[in-house]
Design a protein around this ligand. Structure first.
Ligand code: 5AD
Ligand code: SF4
Length: 470
């Protein structure tokens, strides 16, 4: 069902209790936890609220509405939300005593997974809204003003993206020359450790025309680099003008034609969905940056099977070899979990072997965290915290040394740098390399958004330094 009231500018509710004093705009503070998809969603919610007269602010203290956009991927991430809610309750009380109202909303994956529990555990929360219903946010807020505590966690039948406003030019510019664009949401892979299929639902791809229209809008606002997002982005599929099935490689080709868009990226991918057309795009599409985040999670076939990854370690290495043949300067990034139930020392050694065989430019590694409702939570042979900690330390030391080696190997190379923001010193700018490294450069007569040729001169732990090449 389509609720037409969401498509129009709502009339401000004069009887609302949570209104700022006359003459001051309503302010929203959105705190984002977790992945880039949440960053994208927070921006879309901010855009939707702008139609309701809300302007963004950087502090909860200053806000009439605080929205926590939450992450449920690991236990720690979810717990952070409850401690933040504890602090917000105090702030709400203090403001209430001063006659200032503050609404508190919880969005994101914790909202989806634990909506009822949040309302029970956190009485200060006015609104819980899941990722599939963000287009209903303005309406939900009206219900809160009417005195309700709102829980909106159904999977909406309507397409939220059709109802969420496309990024606005001024706000896009303020967000910078790089942008995210969610093209796919949800996951059907059901890795046994992962909550995503339960919190974000099954795989849905946004239609080609919708994605292209949004990308064109972003490019027209000055965006030079676009990162396509999806929990399993390379499962994206669409329909071409002639009715043919399109895959992510085709979408990237289509987006590369948009004037102004110089760089394309995508994240996160599953090895099983790296199809030939996507691999070929890495060879044929100069705009597609030579950087790929391709999680393997473990290097042990036994553990990969228990994780339901549906590939072996050697499948993964063979795939990397094919992608590197298509794009020899490709930098790889990955995700790893240590201490999945049943993981032995031998299994863990096999993970280290895969890391050594691949050579990562960057990587993310985590201790396995039991997620209620996932098959992994039912497994008996849980690994102790001490063993997980010890394995994580060894893995991270290896990954860090690979990252440093990758950065060092860049010294002396000439690269294209997309200028993103001013640096700390006058005349200094910070840009991104094709491999997603942050690079500092002194440059005159250039602007944010320009792509300039530079030579890498030095590498620090987190960023590189470069000189302009004439
Ligand atoms: N425990 C630890 N790490 C997890 N991830 C997903 N679920 C869990 C979990 N239960 C990691 C995976 C995934 C990344 C986004 O988070 O490595 O790729
Ligand atoms: Fe989770 Fe990614 Fe596996 Fe999907 S493919 S279940 S999002 S880890």
């Amino acid at each position: 069902m389509t609720d037409q009231s969401l498509l129009t500018h709502p009339v401000p509710d004069a009887s609302a209790s949570s209104q700022p004093p006359a003459g001051r705009p309503k302010k929203v503070f959105v705190k984002t936890y977790g992945c880039q998809m949440n960053v994208y969603d927070s921006d879309r919610m901010t855009d939707a609220l702008a139609r309701d007269g809300y302007v963004p602010t950087d502090t909860a203290e200053d806000a009439d509405l605080v929205l926590l956009n939450t992450c449920h991927i690991r236990e720690k991430a979810a717990e952070k939300v409850y401690s933040a809610l504890g602090r917000l309750r105090e702030l709400k009380k203090k403001k209430g005593a001063e006659g200032r109202e503050m609404m508190i909303g919880v969005a994101g994956c914790v909202a989806q997974a634990e909506g009822d529990e949040i309302l029970r555990r956190a009485p200060a929360v006015d609104l819980v809204i899941g990722p599939q219903t963000y287009h209903r946010l303005p309406d939900a807020l009206r219900r809160v003003r009417g005195g309700e505590r709102v829980l909106e966690t159904d999977y909406a039948i309507e397409d939220k993206f059709e109802h969420l406003p496309a990024p606005d030019k001024a706000r896009t510019l303020a967000r910078g020359v790089t942008a995210f664009l969610t093209v796919q949401e949800g996951c059907d892979k059901f890795c046994t450790f992962c909550v995503v299929p339960y919190t974000r639902g099954s795989e849905v791809s946004r239609p080609l025309a919708q994605v292209v229209a949004e990308a064109e809008k972003l490019a027209a606002a000055g965006v030079r680099e676009l990162t396509l997002l999806g929990q399993n982005v390379n499962a994206w599929h669409g329909e071409g003008e002639g009715g043919q099935t399109l895959r992510l490689g085709d979408l990237l080709h289509r987006l590369a034609e948009i004037p102004g868009l110089a760089r394309l990226r995508y994240t996160t991918s599953h090895p099983r969905d790296m199809d030939d057309s996507l691999i070929a795009a890495h060879a044929t599409l100069p705009a597609l940056m030579p950087y790929l985040h391709l999680p393997v999670q473990s290097g042990s076939d036994r553990i990969l099977k228990a994780m339901n990854r549906r590939h072996t370690a050697s499948d993964y290495i063979a795939l990397i070899t094919r992608i590197r043949a298509a794009r020899p300067d490709l930098a790889l990034s990955g995700d790893f979990i240590v201490g999945f139930p049943g993981e032995t020392d031998q299994d863990f050694e096999e993970t280290l072997e895969v890391v050594k065989a691949v050579g990562y430019a960057q990587a993310f590694s985590f201790k396995y965290s039991t997620r209620p409702g996932t098959p992994g939570a039912e497994l008996k042979d849980q690994v102790s915290e001490a063993v997980k900690a010890e394995r994580l330390e060894r893995l991270q030391a290896l990954l860090l040394s690979q990252q440093q080696a990758f950065n060092q190997a860049c010294i002396g190379r000439d690269i294209d740098l997309l200028l993103e923001k001013p640096g700390r010193m006058p005349g200094q700018l910070i840009g991104r390399s094709p491999w997603l490294q942050s690079v500092n450069v002194d440059a005159k007569g250039v602007e944010i958004g320009d792509i300039i040729r530079v030579r890498i001169t030095a590498a620090g732990p987190n960023s590189l330094f470069a000189d302009v090449v004439d």
